[in-house]
Design a protein around this ligand. Sequence first.
Ligand code: NAP
Length: 338
Amino acid sequence: MTLPATGREWHLTARPRGWPTPADFALREAPVRAPGPGQVLVRNLYLSVDPYMRGRMNDVKSYVPPYGLDEPMDGGAVGIVVASEAEDLAPGDHVLHGLGWREYATLEARHATKVSAELAPLSTYLGVLGMTGLTAYAGLLEVASFAGGDAVFVSGAAGAVGSQVGQIARLKGASRVVGSAGSAEKVRLLTEEYGFDAAFNYKDGPVAEQLRRAAPDGIDVYFDNVGGEHLEAAIDSLKVHGRVAVCGMIAQYNATEPPAAPRNLALVIGKRLRIQGMLVRDHAALRPRFVEEVSGWIRSGELKYHETVVRGIENALDAFLGMLRGENVGKTIVHLDD
Ligand code: NAP
């Protein structure tokens, strides 16, 4: 096969302050590099856009290095091998890897994981059976030490992680599952399709009041995707020995001022709460059990998932910004032309 001479890739061109704008990015044509020994050339089919990428646009020390200016951004992707100089991967193989935000990626074969289009739709390796799915599974079961009978509250509940947290809690015997999301349509989806016991639109009024009404007997577990006012409300509603898995704080990713809430942290003492941060990469050992259990629930129809699919590399930035604004339901995926 003749390899393409160039491919398009998204570069960060300026560090956003507050909300990113298209002026901070550029879609550029770059040479496609033939694979060297041990490497493969992959044509990307699906790109993941994720909230953590916003943090990588800042020039601060964090758990992942910042994106470089005028360099391609990276992130999760699934593609097809088009040329291989590695023993264990051949042209036609589908792989999951970390060089997203571009059409073509040349990488070490050992950094690519073979995935099967027969076992599951390729996009699911980025979502319900991938990084966000494992985050939900590990965060609820390991970090928040969920046990049957717990009442669970999850924020960002119609998103990729949140929608799976609520359903896993239900399937594992929660006494009550409550979710919050940013529109009436999403709230309806939570109760009517995902089987949440109660849900509310956090834009309708104070979160603490809405949560108290949705979980009048209190909650045992809070899975935090949002931070700020949501975390404050959860601390209010948590019972003694309650647990919080702090997965994300998306309410402040574009903030230019420190958050005003939570103002009630002292309640942690009397209630003996446990608030624990998490990174999905610490939970790789759970992956086989997670894939087996979740794929079983998908096959049986007990766990449902949505994807928001945006087509074309030229629309990848809009997909990312739209997800930050809450225009997505479930995992946001960019589908490049087959
Ligand atoms: P997602 O929930 O699919 O998409 C982001 C959602 O955040 C939007 O749909 C929007 O929904 C909501 N949102 C945006 N601004 C908000 C605000 N000010 N207040 C409340 N909600 C807001 O994204 P995801 O990939 O599943 O990620 C969810 C969270 O998990 C993020 O905080 C992310 O950083 C975190 N995460 C952490 C790890 C880890 O290892 N710690 C791994 C993956 C994800 P609404 O319409 O409901 O506002």
